[in-house]
Unconditional design. Sequence first.
Length: 190
Amino acid sequence: MTMIAIHPTVDSGYRATDTAFSGGTLVCACTSRPVKLRVKGDIAHNHACGCTKCWKPEGSLFSVVAVAPTESVEVLEHGDKLAVVDPSALIQRHACTQCGVHMYGPVERDHPFKGLAFIHPERFEEKGWAAPGFAAFVSSIIEAGFSPDKMSGVRAKLKDSGLEPYDCLSPALMDYIATWTAKKNGVLAN
């Protein structure tokens, strides 16, 4: 059986080591003038993501991505190297123009995720951040060229790794989106 490389964090069996993780410094992959960001506070909704937009380490089928409040993300060093990958996208992914690592992606449009920034926690210098808790957009790896007839193996590996595979977001996040939409449309009271 061929080794399926989900993501180094998942494949290594990473487990959170600090129940009170208080943030840290994200660093791009550059050896010279690396971009550094400070994330103040813990992260939420860490997950493996199979979408074709997220940055993935070389050879990985999935990214590992979490969110933090946008106001808790601060560029510390070499922000001049950052550029938005796709200005029309909901998530404004700021990537290092030299190494390509996506450093943070705030949501600025009117959306349930407005005020959140997507980050790749494996870029933290510090350890202890929350382990991924589910896998999202699993079928999307087919759009990147993965063979559809091998998807059962991917889903099995995700489940063996403790990550429930979804072809959308987790039920809790889907409920959050639906609640936000219902409130915005006046179906539910604020």
